[in-house]
Design a protein around this ligand. Structure first.
Ligand code: NG6
Ligand code: CA
Length: 511
């Protein structure tokens, strides 16, 4: 482990003097305390969706300010092209494809992270942090057999290292459409219990399939089960009427919870893991953002997301803790335009390019599936810069552990590598390689200028969204230095590189 005493020259002394890690946060700007850490996962946000990454049709001033004050990555990757595995990879430091049952989780899935696993939140707790999870969760809740939403739900986020939990169990297009706070459904009336199923209709609430005349947002793909707030969802539910969220208010509510968590832990080091529901479908902006982007609701919820980030930044400023807070902003996977509702996202693009120059999108082994925006700000220690080094979100765990001089517990974070200096923008020699995973668990590997996608029997095109998945029975090789848009498969003319990268990928699988 790297010597980080230069970062916290006074830390050991403080720990000895006070016998705890709770040195004052506002010590005349000397920042001897462990930094607070906020990790914000936007949902389905593309590298082309932000003005700091070159978007010209939409403006994201708060995120741009964050980027201007921090390190902005251009070659950073999520482990996976969908939400559940990507979040799993970040929090466990293990590639999700090593474990069964890490695909897109239904809303009544069991908790898919083993409670014995030492997560990044556990590691930070070991290091003396107060830990909280707010917003989109999508890692399941409850025991094998699924979630019972009517009593104390256990295990939950608190079982894997979070002191506090206020979460959307799965996604905003999946039932149940309720928040869970510390294992309890918020505002649930015990006389109106919740039933959820992903196999068959439960109860008598209308569904999109049977009552299409009742929907205010029509599905384009799937999304024709129980109608909640006029929006047909994936999965069926009944009961819990008093607990149902209003879609327009979700950003306000989770932003508020995040701000409260920050405020109540301002005097101690804290770790806030926040998942926004923006910009996932259904895209339902609050009225103050509706129609404001000129790009339809997908653009409007980008503005809403930018507002959320601004609120977090203002909160840190007003508490005078921004300087010693590491704020990471990124996305769980790449963008998608029509992901299941007739929200006219294509028609309203107006020249906006969420994928940037990259091929594919959410679900894909091509670059737009996992190459995501990634920004880290830490005013006390980081110089603003652009970072071109290769980086994977999976390395966040080991890198933060190194920063804090926190030894990894045995077996923890097996795939997470320490790239602290890359993360902090001090060094641009990135990871030797990055592994990417698509919807069908086809793996790809990027090393230097090369990108290899392993042969796969999976479909070439994702059925619903028509996204190119990157699956092909033949090996694929792209030279990202001359062909970042992966237009020309040069595997046949470079058999030696195909051989080297496929062997490297196999060796990673066998680790
Ligand atoms: C897909 C859904 C899509 C979205 C995705 C999960 C259909 C047709 N499509 O199955 O709308 O919910 O799952 O997205 O149902 S993720 O970002 O949470 O991984
Ligand atoms: Ca997602």
């Amino acid at each position: 482990m790297r010597n980080v005493s230069r970062l916290f020259p006074l830390l050991p002394g403080i720990a000895m003097l006070t016998g705890c890690n709770h040195a004052s946060q506002k010590n005349n700007g000397q920042n001897v305390q462990k930094p607070n850490i906020i990790y914000i996962f936007a949902d389905d946000l593309g590298i082309g969706d932000l003005s700091c990454y070159g978007a010209s049709k939409v403006s994201t001033p708060n995120i741009d300010r964050l980027a201007g004050q921090g390190v902005q990555f251009t070659n950073a990757y999520a482990t996976s092209a969908t939400s559940t595995p990507s979040r799993f990879g970040l929090l466990t430091g293990m590639y999700p494809w090593r474990q069964e049952n890490t695909g897109i989780a239904p809303g009544n899935s069991e908790l898919i992270i083993d409670t014995a696993c030492v997560t990044m939140a556990d590691m930070l707790k070991d290091a003396g942090y107060a830990t909280g999870a707010v917003g989109k969760w999508h890692l399941g809740l409850g025991p094998k057999g699924g979630t019972d939403f009517n009593s104390q739900i256990s295990p939950n986020a608190q079982s894997i290292g979070f002191d506090y939990e206020f979460i959307i169990p799965a996604t905003v297009d999946r039932v149940p459409c309720v928040f869970v706070e510390n294992g309890r459904v918020v505002n649930l009336d015990p006389n109106d219990p919740i039933t959820v199923s992903y196999d068959h209709k439960v109860g008598d609430w209308p569904t999109g399939e049977e009552n299409p005349e009742l929907v205010k947002l029509k599905p384009s793909q799937g999304h024709n089960n129980t109608i909640i707030n006029g929006i047909p969802r994936i999965g069926w539910m009944t009961g819990g009427k008093s607990a149902l969220w209003q879609d327009e208010d979700i950003a306000d509510i989770i932003t508020d919870k995040a701000k409260n968590f920050i405020t109540s832990h301002q005097e101690e080091p804290f770790f806030l893991y926040m998942g926004t529901q923006d910009v996932h479908v259904p895209r339902i902006p609050h009225p103050r953002f509706a129609g404001k982007s000129g790009l339809g609701t997908r653009g409007d919820v980008i503005l809403q997301l930018d507002w959320t980030i601004g609120e977090i930044m203002h909160t840190l400023d007003s508490l005078n803790i921004a300087d010693n807070t590491i704020l990471i902003f990124t996305s769980d996977n790449g963008p998608v335009i029509d992901d299941g509702y007739q929200d006219y996202a294509y028609e309203n693009l107006n020249g906006h390019t969420p994928m940037g120059i990259y091929r594919g999108g959410k679900y894909s082994a091509y670059e737009a599936g996992t190459r995501i925006p990634f920004i880290i700000r830490w005013p006390a220690k980081i110089q603003p810069s652009k970072q071109q080094a290769l980086f994977s979100q999976i390395d966040t765990y080991a890198s933060l552990a190194s920063l804090l001089n926190q030894p990894l517990r045995k077996g923890a974070a097996p795939d997470s590598q320490e790239y602290l200096d890359v993360l902090l923008g001090k060094n641009n020699t990135g990871r030797e390689y990055v592994v990417q995973q698509n919807l069908n668990n086809t793996l790809a590997i990027v090393k230097g200028q090369w990108k290899y996608i392993e042969p796969s029997d999976g479909p070439a095109i994702e059925f619903w969204t028509k996204t190119e998945l990157g699956n092909d029975k033949q090996p694929q090789l792209y030279d990202l230095s001359s062909d970042p848009s992966e237009k020309t498969n040069i595997a046949k003319s470079h058999p030696e590189i195909v051989k080297e990268l496929s062997a490297l990928l196999e060796s990673v699988k066998e680790e």
